[in-house]
Design a protein around this ligand. Structure first.
Ligand code: ZN
Length: 313
């Protein structure tokens, strides 16, 4: 059976790309590794943030929808994203976020997460992880190696029916339930990707049978993407998705990876993205994220596209 070794990226919706860039790049210290447009709607920014090279598991991306009303979190979507920080880094992050006027709370629990929101209200967490310091951190003018975010830690899905989502995670993606707890009456199942601990390897599924369905808008997660080593593994996952009763799309070329999409039974939009070719396919390591990159079919319209995009800073 094919297995996904982890999350590839998470894509969310923002209402102001310049503000989102400032928050994720300057405040949180991620690197803007690619500035491009939504390939399905070139009038809108698609920004990719990640570690120094945008490795799978480190990436959060944003579509900018300037007119979007704020989303309202609910069932059938990812409601919280947590990033991994090294052990001992939380204290400094509380200071940094507070200094930036970001309200930060400490959620008691297994993870001792620092919880806060991005400028559009997307729920974020920072969690100290044992494995974080084994990976290099992207050092910025404001954030040192000891504090730097090392990628995604946990993504939390809110669903009506845990079993249906669990089936997809286990039978299609090869993940396993590794913990289960009841918190204030809500069942929370934790799933882990096969292999060693590392970025993008945990998903929490929170059962909320009474929750209203999510209303997508600014601050909502649009989809979560799982890694596939290559096209062959991805094709095997597509056939496993069909066997599970889902209807995956045809493969689409996203320049930096190739993708299929399917909605799981609880409503969460899933993507399976290949690890390659990666973000260095059209920019050097030093130049990542510095220029507007377009797929070949949109290059002919570059001037028009560029003129229509809101300024990024
Ligand atoms: Zn995606």
């Amino acid at each position: 059976m094919p297995a996904s070794p982890g999350l590839h990226h998470v894509t969310a919706i923002c209402s102001d790309a310049a503000r989102t860039r400032d928050f994720y790049e300057r405040v949180l210290g991620l690197r803007l590794v690619k500035r491009t447009v939504n390939f399905d709607d070139p009038s809108c920014w698609h920004l990719y943030f990640g570690d120094a090279t945008g490795k799978p598991g480190s990436i959060i991306t944003f579509f900018e929808w300037p007119a979007a009303a704020p989303g309202s979190p609910g069932s059938g979507e990812a409601v919280a994203l947590s990033f991994a920080i090294p052990k001992g880094a939380a204290h400094e992050w509380v200071r940094r976020l507070t200094e930036e006027d970001v309200y930060v709370a400490i959620a008691p629990g297994a993870d001792d997460a620092l919880t806060f929101h991005d400028p559009d209200g997307l729920a974020l967490e920072l969690i100290e992880q044992d494995w974080a310091e084994t990976l290099p951190g992207h050092v910025t003018a404001f954030i040192g190696e000891e504090q730097a975010i090392r990628g995604l830690a946990v993504v939390t899905l809110l669903v009506e029916d845990c079993d249906a989502t669990a089936n997809v995670l286990e039978d299609v993606l090869g993940w396993r339930e590794c913990a289960r707890a009841t918190h204030r009456g809500f069942l929370r199942l934790r799933f882990s990707a096969p292999g060693e601990a590392g970025p993008g390897r945990l998903i929490d599924v929170l059962k909320a049978p009474q929750a209203e369905p999510a209303q997508q808008g600014a601050g909502s997660v649009h989809h979560i993407a799982f890694r596939a080593a290559d096209d062959k593994t991805q094709a095997a996952m597509a056939s496993a998705l069909r066997k599970a009763g889902l209807t995956p799309t045809e493969q689409r070329d996203r320049t930096y990876f190739r993708s299929i999409y399917a909605r799981e039974p609880s409503g969460v939009l899933l993507e399976v993205a290949t690890d390659g070719p990666g973000f260095l396919v059209d920019e050097t390591p030093d130049a990542l994220g510095t220029g507007l990159r377009l797929p070949a079919r949109l290059e002919a319209h570059r001037d028009e596209i560029e003129a229509n995009l809101p300024p990024l800073a």
